[in-house]
Design a protein around this ligand. Structure first.
Ligand code: SF4
Length: 398
């Protein structure tokens, strides 16, 4: 006799399968479609946040206590000067606050009002800008000053839309001027603010695709009143506590509302799409020194990279530069000598490597067309970009 458990098992195995009654095809399709819609809706909805929403008032209270004192910033009870706001915002693009400080002071001392800057020669503006980099900004600054005088009687327009019609003023700068100088509800979003927002919401989409989402979150946070203070508070938070590598979350006024802080990986935001570095470009530069020490220099073409800035003669900077042809491009015939080593410089989009050649010229040597002899003591005050200063230093070194 089989034990009971085996009988049960045998019966179960032997039992005929009861087939469920097949549902009509229409019903099956409807159910599948319904499930799909539910799944879609769930995916489209952001997960319910576990943190309280960040509040503008909290940040404004922090800003009242911890705002940075910057040379272009108005004191708490004073109205902001649009000229100073504009000048500082243009200078701060791609440049640090520390580097901009002395340039801002020098510009303001030389051209205290917009009208003064508008009537200055471009050459002088470029000279005072030399060393700050991204020289297109200096040219645009000058064109913009003139446009404000010509089109708006010297007064800055006070809306984002009109500000954006001016040369060199993009979305960010227009929003910054509108908010800070005119108290408009506008939301400037620069790299620092992108970082704060990406962390607050732990945004997984990498930059630059995340920009519209980040901007929408920033706009939603901007208060109708004190939008200028709010914009500056965001800038200060991004520049101080919410730093790229080691955010000081313990001191942050928004740490209870920050999703990335709760996760413990704030420094990994914002996500970024890895960018390919530009390919290396190479070329040759020629440092000609006259018997009295003067250097041969010329002005670069007005448009394009470093347009309107000073340089020593150079070849084009290309990916396939052949050093064997270098002397064919020298500005005049002479006993050119290759200076050992190379000058390296990194532009935003590509790294550059220049081979430097040096030659002596007689005391009365005439400069080639479009070039001039420049006494060495004047080099510091001319609009040479940093790469050219490196080339000259390399060329006259022993
Ligand atoms: S809590 Fe930390 S990561 Fe979040 S906004 Fe503040 S400083 Fe940035």
């Amino acid at each position: 006799m089989k034990p009971l458990c085996q009988i049960d098992k045998a019966m179960t195995l032997a039992a005929p399968r009861v087939r469920k009654k097949a549902r009509p095809a229409k019903v099956v399709q409807k159910t599948a479609a319904r499930k799909k819609t539910v799944r879609k809706r769930a995916a489209a909805k952001p997960p319910a946040p576990r943190e309280p929403a960040p509040r503008a008032a909290t940040l404004l209270a922090w800003y009242a206590r911890h705002r940075r004192h910057l040379p272009w910033r108005a004191r708490p009870s004073e109205p902001a000067d649009p000229y100073r706001v504009w000048l500082s915002e243009i200078m701060l693009q791609q440049t640090t606050v520390k580097a901009v400080g002395p340039y801002f002071e020098r510009f303001l001392a030389r051209w205290p009002r917009l009208q003064d800057l508008a009537s200055a020669p471009l050459e002088d503006v470029l000279k005072l800008w030399a060393g700050l980099g991204y020289y297109a900004r200096a040219r645009n600054l000058h064109v913009c000053a003139r446009a404000i005088v010509e089109r708006h009687g010297g007064a800055f327009p006070d809306t984002e839309d009109t500000l954006r019609t001016l040369p060199g003023i993009g979305a960010y700068t227009a929003a910054a001027i509108a908010a800070i100088a005119f108290g408009r509800k506008a939301t400037p979003v620069d790299g620092n603010i992108e970082r704060v927002i990406a962390r607050l919401h732990a945004i997984e989409t990498p930059l630059p695709a995340a920009k519209p989402l980040i901007h929408a979150h920033a706009q939603a946070l901007t208060p109708a009143r004190h939008a200028g203070d709010f914009a500056q508070a965001m800038m200060d938070l991004g520049a101080s506590l919410c730093s790229p590598k080691r955010p000081a979350c313990a001191l942050c006024p928004w740490n209870d509302a920050c999703a990335a802080h709760r996760r413990g990986d704030a420094e990994t935001f914002p996500r970024k799409t890895p960018k390919a570095n530009g390919a290396l470009r190479r070329g040759a530069a020629y440092v000609a020194v006259r018997a009295d020490g003067a250097i041969l220099a010329r002005v670069r073409p007005p448009a394009g990279l470093l347009g309107g800035m000073m340089e020593v003669p150079t070849t084009d900077w290309t990916h396939d530069f052949d050093e064997r042809d270098a002397l064919a491009h020298a500005p005049f015939k002479a006993a050119w000598q290759r200076v050992p080593g190379v000058v390296r410089h990194v532009f935003t989009h590509f790294p550059l490597e220049l081979t430097v050649y040096r030659a002596r010229a007689a005391a009365g040597a005439r400069p080639p067309k479009d070039a001039r002899w420049l006494p060495q003591h004047k080099i510091a005050n001319e609009a040479f970009p940093n790469v050219m200063r490196k080339v000259i230093a390399h060329g006259i070194s022993d």
